[in-house]
Design a binder for this molecule. Structure first.
Ligand SMILES: Cc1cc2nc3c(=O)[nH]c(=O)nc-3n(C[C@H](O)[C@H](O)[C@H](O)COP(=O)(O)O)c2cc1C
Ligand code: SF4
Length: 406
């Protein structure tokens, strides 16, 4: 368990650049896929899609030109672990992309870099240049005839929604960054209409560790459904905020002990799109089968007003909605208005119930994950902090009303 001040003790620091690629090149691509599958690796960008399944679907798709995209947009509030990986372990990320390219049969990769990380670009370009010099990128990689792959870096422009893989592809194609209808999925109709895999920065880095150390090593950490290790960005009301490496399945209580945040009243797991977990549920596990997360953990101390938290997240979603679909474009501002009324003590119980209903509609009817997740914080705070919330309604909080809200 490691804090950011000591990235040298993260697993990534023990892996020699080139070792994962050499291991991959010594095998047939199908065998590499089996290794990644045996590790149980699931995407570290949030949704937890099995990496080997995504890659095998793209590998099976015919066509000559395929693409590998690294999602380095890292726009989720409270997430900064990819920044640490890009700063200290960029070699592993480019190497994981190269392995992915060999598996699916791609020759071109793109890293979509968050605009706020522009300062990292010269460093990333120099890592790419030295990999080209070492013949780990370019033509005939590591002396293998016909093994060709290279990576370009493309800058984002500050839109959170462009972290969604299809909006990112639109943006890369030079269009407005708006999510596409799915299906078709990028694995068959991605960048420029070609089969494309999009993976998170951390996912690519773990692929290299899995090849260097073996899938059994990875699987020996974590839980059955969420194997391996994971980086967590921890911020907020704790004494030791930073980036930590923990096994998947760690309980919130254990994490809080490590970061010295035991007095917390709640934690927001998964950023603004995630869930707000109250202290009574700190025995829950950070794993895809329980509290799922791309890695953001925001700690709230006892003095925090949970409505301030919800208001802050909703303001973010109002700003970041791309406006393409009505539920999100019209619904999120309505949720924000309702929370503002609640804060002023001007929201009736009946209206609060309507707001919760509207939130559920957004979860079902919004086109992409942004609108689907925007009501999460409000709904989980209403469900878990009823005393704090109902005390602010303009009307009576009866036991009956409390029950009917949830
Ligand atoms: C609004 C929105 C923002 C997203 N932002 C990111 C992001 O910053 N980084 C990321 O890796 N995935 C992000 N995702 C998830 C991606 O769409 C995609 O699932 C992920 O990059 C796949 O990589 P993985 O399988 O390695 O996790 C976002 C999704 C949504 C709906
Ligand atoms: S849910 Fe929001 S961000 Fe997603 S497509 Fe609809 S308007 Fe755009």
């Amino acid at each position: 368990m490691t804090s950011p001040t000591r990235t040298s003790s993260l697993t990534f620091s023990s892996i020699t650049p080139g070792s994962g690629l050499q291991a991959a090149l010594a095998k047939e691509p199908a065998e590499v896929l089996v290794q990644v599958g045996r590790s149980g690796l699931r995407g570290r960008g949030g949704a937890g899609f099995p990496t080997s399944l995504k890659w095998s679907l793209a590998a099976e798709t015919g066509g000559e030109k395929k693409y590998v995209i690294c999602n380095a947009d890292e726009g989720e509030p409270g997430t900064f672990k990819d920044r640490v990986i890009l700063t200290d372990f960029a070699d592993l990320v480019f190497e994981g992309m190269t392995v992915g390219a060999r598996v699916i049969g791609a020759q071109r990769g793109i890293m979509y870099l968050r605009s706020e990380y522009t300062y990292l670009r010269p460093h990333l370009e120099s890592v790419l240049a030295s990999r080209r010099e070492m013949n780990l990128l370019g033509k005939n990689i590591a002396g293998r005839e016909g093994c060709e792959f290279d990576v370009n870096i493309c800058m984002g422009s500050g839109a959170y929604v462009c972290g969604e893989e299809t909006a990112m592809i639109e943006s890369l194609e030079g269009h407005r960054g708006e999510p596409r209808n799915r299906p078709p999925f990028p694995i068959d109709t991605g960048y420029l209409g070609r089969p494309t895999i999009v993976n998170n920065v951390e996912t690519f880095a773990w692929v290299v560790c899995i090849l260097a150390r073996g899938p059994e090593w990875f699987k020996s950490h974590g839980t059955d459904k969420s194997s391996g290790l994971k980086l967590f960005s921890v911020s907020g009301d704790c004494e030791l905020p930073g980036v930590y490496e923990f096994p998947m399945g760690i309980t919130i209580a254990k994490l809080l002990k490590e970061v010295k945040g035991e007095g917390a009243k709640a934690v927001q797991v998964g950023g603004a799109s995630g869930q707000c977990i109250p202290a009574s549920q700190f025995d829950r596990a950070l794993a895809f089968e329980d509290v799922s997360t791309g890695g953001s953990v925001i700690v709230f101390g006892p003095h925090r007003d949970m409505l301030d938290v919800v208001e802050n997240f909703l303001e973010f979603f109002v700003d970041e909605s791309c406006g393409q679909c009505t539920p999100c474009r019209e619904g999120v501002p309505k949720l924000l208005e309702g929370v503002e009324l609640l804060k002023q003590g001007k929201c009736s119980m009946a209206y609060l119930k309507e707001l919760c209903g509207l939130g559920e509609t957004l979860q079902l009817a919004s086109k992409c994950g942004l609108g689907q997740a925007a009501p999460n914080a409000l709904l989980s705070v209403v469900a878990n902090f009823q005393d704090e919330i109902l005390g602010r309604t303009n009307g009576r909080k009866t036991k009956h009303a409390t029950r009917s809200l949830t």
